[in-house]
Design a protein around this ligand. Structure first.
Ligand code: ADP
Ligand code: ZN
Length: 631
């Protein structure tokens, strides 16, 4: 189907040549083109795309097209004040006149930007919702609107309007006013949060009932998912970093601020460049750490979930979870920060019984209402099923978001199908042992003691409580401790067992009855030996390059050009106070190094080289490559 490109006068620019001219890209990705054309033509759109899918282009291309057609400015609503500087910097590098208004600006700088806005010179303006809703700002919008210079409203991170996620921002609720005041201004709302509940909230609270939804596949095929059983989480993390990600940039998520601090300090002690980030740090420290992560190569950010929204660093090579996230939505959003450039990346998580216990307890002890807790428990169960799964992780992840898929070949379970064993009998033995404890002495015990009893191990405690006389003493000698730990974890994960009190004593839930009767088959994965883990990593790493998905293999001369280009890029980035990837992506530099273009024309053919960058940097680039190629 062909679409009337832009129904405005003085346009004539079709969006594909605009993409090529400004961004230097030869094609739109996935649904980008349909979205761009719909919005250029004045339609409203709701865009659901995974992180790294390419959401920004969906409003930036229409913004440029509409501005060229004399329609004025696109207002971009974003909650991410700390990132506006780099976002605007990236547009200016492309030759697109953009600015931001937020509390970090001096007042005369803000005045100057307001003047440019009112004069209709800006193509895009970024601002946080609290700023937009002030009377002063609304008056400026009114004035623009009266003169036909309010081209488009883009609402980024639109899920912030929903209370369901952890990103809820009260001020987002006020954004419906914009539509009431300026009903004819087209709107595009964008988010990477896919679940139906959040989506419904966005539609309702932003009055987007008439907007056309564009829902992309949520698959991120370049990310390899893996979950390992926790035994010594730190040692496991270190092995993962050393074996698979030496010198790479990545994020390690931890649950608490304390664990963030401790883990970061420990990694530094191990010689890994790591920084902490959590909401308890002073805001200037947070900002400094974030800036360093964005600007320097190969830093590891150890963080709580306070870190990451809107971080568009394309070359994050791994995301590791040292603790269990809250739910699959959170897990997917956090892991999605890896590999935005499309090159291979890893999502790695260590998971154990304590994680299950903690998460269950946090829900039980929260002050939320029963309905809310019920939903949270359901979400946790889905996450636990993913962690315990012995089939394709991606099939389960996508299935959770309502997408059907085939086994992926790029997750731990696909790459090395785990051996499984039938734990139905073992589970029965365990439950009956717990039952006997209560019968015998009226008190419960924790997992360690339980496993000792099942395996017939004589300890002070077994003697003291007379547990050596129980009929269940030693009925499980045939299984290893690791296998028994798996059984406890699984039974807690499935909700047949719960833990109580400060000693985490185990107690049966109602549903345990059916398991005791043997009515519920329980299949577990065999605990894995550590060496197998390292091997898979190497395999995944073998496909990884730091130069992009379709990155060429560089010979020695090209490698020399690549290194020279990177040095040149670092200098430019420093001079412009921007992250290096804003100047050019690794993949773009690698393609240049590979092809070694001899002229500006040839240089223009490389993906990621638009007109402005060609003009600004072309001559320098040719010189840098020429110099590096000489022996
Ligand atoms: P999102 O906001 O959806 O997470 P971005 O807009 O940051 O994703 O895009 C992710 C990366 O993909 C960016 O580095 C961007 O330059 C690149 N990209 C987006 N669209 C295209 C395209 N059509 N061709 C090539 N690269 C693209
Ligand atoms: Zn798979």
């Amino acid at each position: 189907m062909t679409f009337p490109i832009i129904a405005e006068p003085a346009s004539g620019t079709d969006v594909l040549s605009l993409l090529h001219e400004v961004f230097g890209y030869s094609e739109f990705r996935g649904p980008q083109r349909a979205i761009v054309e719909h919005v250029c033509a004045g339609g409203d759109a709701l865009v659901l795309m995974p992180t790294g899918g390419g959401k920004s282009l969906c409003y930036q291309v229409p913004a440029i097209a509409r501005h060229r057609a004399g329609r004025g400015v696109t207002l971009v609503v974003s909650p991410l004040i700390a990132l506006m500087h780099d976002q605007v910097g990236a547009l200016e590098e492309l030759g697109v006149h953009a600015a931001f208004l937020n509390s970090t600006l001096e007042s005369d700088e803000a005045r100057r930007i307001e003047q440019q806005l009112l004069a209709g010179r800006l193509v895009l303006l970024y601002a946080a919702p609290e700023r937009i809703l002030t009377p002063r700002f609304m008056a400026m919008l009114q004035s623009l609107h009266e003169r036909g210079l309010f081209a488009l409203l883009a609402i980024d991170e639109a899920h912030c309007v929903s209370q369901w996620g952890h990103d809820f921002r009260e001020e987002y609720l006020g954004l419906s006013q914009l539509h009431e005041r300026f009903p004819d201004v087209p709107r595009i709302a964008l988010t990477a949060t896919a679940d139906a509940h959040t989506r419904a909230d966005i539609v309702e609270r932003l009055a987007l009932q008439q907007a056309r939804p564009f829902i992309s596949s949520f698959d991120r095929p370049n990310i390899c998912y893996a979950v390992v059983e926790k035994d010594n989480a730190r040692a496991q993390l270190l092995r993962f970093l050393r074996d698979e990600h030496e010198g790479d940039a990545g994020i390690v998520y931890c649950q608490s601020r304390r664990r963030v601090e401790e883990t970061a300090a420990w990694l530094v002690g191990e010689g890994i460049a790591a920084l902490p980030y959590h909401a308890g740090l002073a805001s200037d420290v947070r900002k400094r750490h974030q800036d360093r992560f964005l600007r320097e190569d190969g830093l590891v950010m150890v963080a709580t979930i306070a870190f990451g929204m809107g971080i568009d660093k394309p070359d994050v090579r791994f995301v590791a979870h040292l603790d269990l996230p809250k739910n699959i939505e959170g897990y997917y959003q956090e892991t999605g920060r890896a590999g935005r450039d499309g090159a291979p990346a890893n999502a790695w998580m260590a998971y154990g019984l304590a994680d299950v216990v903690n998460q269950r307890r946090m829900i039980d002890e929260s002050v939320a209402g029963e309905d809310f807790k019920h939903v949270q428990r359901g979400k946790l169960d889905a996450l636990l099923a993913l962690a315990e799964a012995h089939d394709c992780r991606r099939v389960r992840l996508l299935g959770y978001f309502g997408e059907r898929s085939m086994p992926c070949g790029n997750c731990d379970n696909c790459l090395r199908p785990p051996a499984t064993w039938d734990a139905t009998e073992a589970a029965r033995k365990m439950l009956s042992c717990i039952y006997r404890f209560r019968q015998h002495g009226g008190i419960g015990f924790g997992a360690g003691h339980l496993i000792d009893v099942l395996r017939g191990k004589h300890t002070d405690k077994t003697a003291q409580h007379g547990h050596e006389r129980l009929s269940t003493f030693g009925i499980g000698v045939g299984l290893s401790e690791a296998q028994w730990r798996g059984v406890v974890r699984q039974l807690v994960a499935l909700g047949h067992l719960r833990t109580e009190g400060e000693y985490h004593t185990l107690a049966l839930n109602e549903s345990a009855r059916a398991v005791l009767k043997g009515d519920v088959p329980i299949v577990l994965r065999e605990p894995r030996e550590p060496p197998a883990r390292a091997k898979s990593g190497k395999a995944a790493r073998g496909r990884a390059t730091d130069t992009g998905a379709a990155a060429p293999v560089l010979d020695a001369a090209a490698q020399a050009r690549f290194q020279a280009l990177k040095l040149w890029r670092a200098a430019v980035a420093r001079e412009h106070n921007l992250p290096a990837y804003v100047v050019f992506h690794d993949a773009t530099l690698a393609q240049m190094a590979d092809r070694s273009p001899a002229s500006l024309d040839e240089l223009a053919g490389i993906s990621g080289v638009g007109a402005k960058k060609l003009q600004a940097y072309g001559a320098d680039l040719l010189q840098v490559m020429h110099g590096a190629a000489a022996p």
